[in-house]
Design a binder for this molecule. Structure first.
Ligand SMILES: [Zn+2]
Length: 228
């Protein structure tokens, strides 16, 4: 399973998950449809579906365009406000696209209908991946806009925090350096925060993404997974 990390807009991430045996692909958070189409062409992939984490324009704006271009395209999300939505997912619902398996996880907090997607491939040695949108960021979490602090806490610790530790974390924005600066204020003596922050600053200078991290790593430096 290949995951293409596609930087768009100011600091957003869009993703294309590709089954390398069939070249069938699933897109996550299509903010800029043109950019996604370029990558699909370059990868010689066939788009099977879109997974949308939440309805905000910087995660879902491209859904309508793509639905027009690919009649019958399946668009998944946990919120009726997601553009061109065809499937409103439920918590724990599993989807399958060729050998790519997806478990939908409802994670209210940033928005009331926010969904994350846990993805793994049949018979593959690759670690599973979680597409966490604006719920879990590297070193931080999303702003609570519609849910309660308790919901966000539950989404982070009970829903995402209980996934396998080797899960790769692909989040919705490049906020890593700024999140870790805050983490360092919370835990000034945490050496792992310092190390990851130094690394993230270098990546930022070079304009290179910091995704993915792993869930195991997040438990070492992300203050929102260290609150219990
Ligand atoms: Zn958002």
């Amino acid at each position: 399973m290949k995951v293409k990390v596609i930087s768009v807009l100011e600091d957003n991430y869009m993703y294309l998950i590709i089954d390398e045996n069939t070249q069938h692909a699933v897109a996550v958070d299509v903010a800029v449809s043109k950019r996604l189409l370029e990558i699909i062409r370059k990868e010689d992939a066939t788009l099977r579906a879109i997974l949308t984490t939440h309805h905000h324009w910087d995660h879902a704006r491209g859904n309508e365009d793509l639905s027009k271009l690919y009649p019958g395209l399946e668009v998944y999300g946990g919120d009726e406000r997601v553009g061109a939505l065809t499937h409103h997912v439920t918590h724990g619902e599993e989807l399958k696209f060729s050998s790519i398996n997806v478990r939908c996880l409802l994670t209210p907090g940033h928005t009331s209908g926010h969904a994350c997607y846990f993805v793994w491939e049949d018979d593959s040695p690759d670690a599973p991946a979680a597409f966490t949108g604006d719920t879990l960021f590297i070193g931080g979490c999303g702003r609570i806009l519609e849910g309660t602090a308790e919901q966000m806490y539950n989404s982070l610790t009970e829903v995402l925090g209980t996934l396998p530790k080797e899960t790769k974390v692909f989040c919705g924005h490049e906020y890593t350096a700024r999140n870790l600066k805050f983490a360092l204020k919370v835990e000034p003596k945490n050496e792992l925060v310092k190390e990851k922050l130094a690394w993230a600053k270098l990546r930022e200078d070079e304009d290179v993404p910091t995704v993915p991290s792993t869930l195991a790593e997040e438990f070492f430096y992300n203050p929102f997974l260290r609150v219990s």
